[in-house]
Design a protein around this ligand. Structure first.
Ligand code: PMP
Length: 446
């Protein structure tokens, strides 16, 4: 008999009428870019799970890597003098593949705890290097950094702040580089200079560099609605942070592992961050894992200069889990062998072109994306960019119609639809996705 689908709390922040009426869609199998629900319906997965299944479903070589490691040694701690081979090898690979500035790896279980660990690492770093006053951190409005309490505070989306008094007292935000509804103006230069000015002003407001630890950003804002900064923005913010003597932290939980068309989005502008968070594509959803990548300077302060009265007492039972590490190594091999970042670049351009062509539909206000990370913003009036009335649920309606047409997409807020298929997707698959999306938007018209 089928398990009852009402006992698990599965839809924490979308009170969807259809979910409440009939329960969640229970997926039972996947192959390539397609998943099957328990009624036997096949769906195109236009969102790679939660933008994580980059290598697609049913990759036997990953399953085999997990099976072998599970049989050989399912667990070994990464504490008290112990380590395991897959985790060590994975750390070496990540250092080889990531920007030059990142020389060490701290493993976590996913993205939220990678962000949380990063915040602690930064605080600890300034404590042990005798700069305890450097404790403020600055993020972006519309940024998303996970659900740990500190990560939710750093997140610049107010619906993530409902749990405690978030943001925490040391967390601050500056406006996003969101061009379509811009605070800074519409040209690249206005957006880049506006962002730098806002960062400088925020640092000054907080009492200057001696009080500020770090600036956090995603190279493309994901959960805030897939917001792509102008070319040069990331490198300009990196330079601004160096000049301000604050750490530059990049959250590549979504953008890492090929999604934007390079292995890391930082690679587009040869940006060298002080710290980077990764997860999702690291194991492509086959097993949970995340990590913090950090510079040698920070690592040395953390590990080599440990004061006995101030130990860095932080870590997880499953830090460096050998099975997840074996899975990640198998995924990295696939990214390299199948050149998935390149596929994301080529097929991503095709996707963006196809979305642009949908613009003849008057509901589509903005089309944006980088690689296989794309979104459309739905508007009531294309010319004036007037949004639909809040609460009308237009994006949820389109998402539902897409599902009825055999396509999984993600709805953000009231008006944004996101597309981020597995990186193995072909142009033919994308054409099918676009066709189903067009039908969905048409069917959703009130
Ligand atoms: N950072 C970013 C940029 C994310 O998109 C996410 C998850 N969507 C997280 C952190 C949190 O990762 P996780 O859900 O694995 O905890």
């Amino acid at each position: 008999s089928l398990p009852n689908a009402t006992h698990q709390f599965v839809h924490p922040f979308t009170q969807l009428a259809e979910v409440e009426a009939s329960g969640p869609t229970v997926l039972v199998a996947g192959e390539g870019v397609r998943v099957t629900d328990r009624d036997g319906r096949e769906l195109l997965d236009g969102f790679a799970g939660l933008w994580c299944v980059n290598i697609g479903y049913g990759r036997i070589e990953v399953v085999e890597a997990a099976r072998q490691q599970m049989s050989k040694l399912p667990y070994a701690s990464s504490f008290f003098g112990f380590a395991n081979e897959p985790a060590l090898r994975l750390a070496e690979e990540l250092v080889r593949l990531s920007p030059e500035s990142l020389q060490h790896v701290f493993f976590t279980l996913g993205g939220s705890d990678a962000v949380d660990s990063t915040l602690k690492i930064i605080r600890y770093f300034f404590n042990v290097t005798s700069r305890p006053e450097k404790k403020h951190v600055i993020g972006l409005e519309r940024g998303y950094h996970g659900v740990s309490s500190a990560g939710a505070g750093l997140t610049g989306l107010s619906n993530c702040h409902l749990f405690f008094d978030l943001p925490l007292p040391y967390q601050h935000h500056i406006p996003s580089h969101y061009r379509y509804r811009s605070t800074y103006g519409s040209t690249d230069a206005e957006i880049i200079n506006g962002s730098i000015d806002a960062l400088q002003a925020k640092v000054a407001e907080l009492g200057g560099s001696s009080k500020v630890a770090a600036f956090f950003c995603e190279p493309v804002q994901g959960s805030g609605g897939v917001i792509v900064p102008p070319e040069g923005w990331l490198a300009a913010m990196r330079d601004a942070c160096a000049k301000l003597d604050i750490l530059f932290v990049v959250d590549e939980v979504i953008t890492g592992f090929g999604r934007t068309g390079q292995l890391f989005a930082c690679d587009w502008e040869r940006v060298e961050p002080d710290l980077m968070t990764i997860a999702k594509g690291l194991t492509s959803g086959y097993s949970p894992m995340g990590a913090v990548l950090l510079s040698d300077e920070i690592y040395r302060a953390l590990v080599k200069q440990v004061p006995r009265d101030l130990p860095f007492a932080h870590g997880f039972t499953y830090t460096g889990h050998p099975v997840s590490a074996a899975v990640a190594l198998a995924c990295l091999e696939i990214y390299e062998r199948e050149q998935l970042p390149e596929n994301a670049k080529v097929v991503g351009a095709h996707l963006l072109k196809g979305l642009e062509a949908l613009r003849e539909n008057p509901w589509i206000g903005d089309v944006r994306g980088k690689g296989l990370l794309a979104a459309i913003e739905l508007v009531a009036n294309q010319k004036t960019r007037a949004p639909f009335e809040p609460g009308l649920g237009v994006s949820q309606l389109v998402r539902k119609k897409a599902y009825e047409n055999g396509l999984i997409v993600r709805a953000f807020a009231d008006n944004i639809i996101g597309l981020a298929p597995p990186l193995i997707v072909s142009e033919d698959d994308v054409d099918q996705m676009l066709e189903r999306l067009a039908r969905a938007i048409h069917a959703a018209k009130i």
